[in-house]
Design a protein around this ligand. Structure first.
Ligand code: GTP
Ligand code: MG
Length: 204
């Protein structure tokens, strides 16, 4: 798929205020600083579309981007940001879980994981919660440019092994870099194919 049009659409504080669910959508989620906003910019080819910052915790709302007029990409606030207070974290959890469980046009969640690190508790717990809640997701590894080929393959193999301790089957996995655009075609092809399934969801 080629992206001909990409623009910011709206920021919402709660799922019920998100745009009409009349188009398929895909949301980026993952730890603060994992590269969610950078991936949106890489996919759309617009360097400043989603705000990137060296400071974690920059994204604090549900941000919709309209793509090609027929689907949405959504930037969500990161989890696991240590400097957030307990109240802020529980607010985050309510907002994110409400969005994920209630958004009828959410085709798949892109769970971003920094490929440099060992499996982290908050990622693993979140992925387990998705499984229990029956939410389709893709694991999108980020920052592949920061590793050598050998390191990358070693890390991917050990991550997959740790997933297979809990899961019978691996979810779809896409390896990306926002620096080199690795994984761009693969992700957009996934969206293109999954968009076709949207027609089959009965309109509310
Ligand atoms: P929050 O909104 O705070 O949750 O962060 P985020 O997940 O949106 O991360 P963001 O895209 O803002 O990126 C965080 C930092 O990682 C920035 O300094 C980016 O430039 C850097 N970064 C993101 N993706 C990549 C990548 O693929 N390769 C490299 N080398 N750096 C990356
Ligand atoms: Mg962000």
């Amino acid at each position: 798929m080629k992206i001909n049009y990409a623009d910011f659409f709206i920021s919402s504080t709660v799922w019920s205020k998100c745009p009409e669910p009349d188009k398929p959508e895909y949301a980026m989620i993952g730890r603060s600083n994992v590269g969610k906003s950078s991936l949106i910019n890489m996919l759309t080819g617009r360097k400043k579309l989603a705000k990137i910052s060296g400071t974690p915790g920059k994204t604090i709302t549900i941000n919709h981007f309209q793509i090609n007029g027929d689907w949405y990409l959504v930037d969500l606030p990161g989890y696991g940001y240590a400097k957030r207070s307990k109240t802020e974290r529980s607010k985050w959890e309510k907002m994110i879980k409400g969005y994920i469980l209630n958004r009828v046009n959410l085709m798949s969640l892109f769970v971003l994981v920094d490929v440099r690190h060992e499996p982290q508790k908050n990622d693993t717990e979140f992925i387990e919660w998705l499984g229990i809640s029956n939410i389709p997701f893709v694991i999108v590894f980020t920052k592949a440019d920061k590793l050598t080929r050998n390191q990358l393959e070693g890390n991917l193999a050990s991550y997959k092994n740790s997933l297979l301790e809990k899961w019978e089957e691996l979810p779809p996995i896409i390896v990306t870099s926002s620096e080199t655009a690795l994984g761009k075609d693969e992700l957009l092809t996934y969206v293109e194919n999954t968009n076709k399934l949207f027609e089959q969801i009965p309109k509310q």
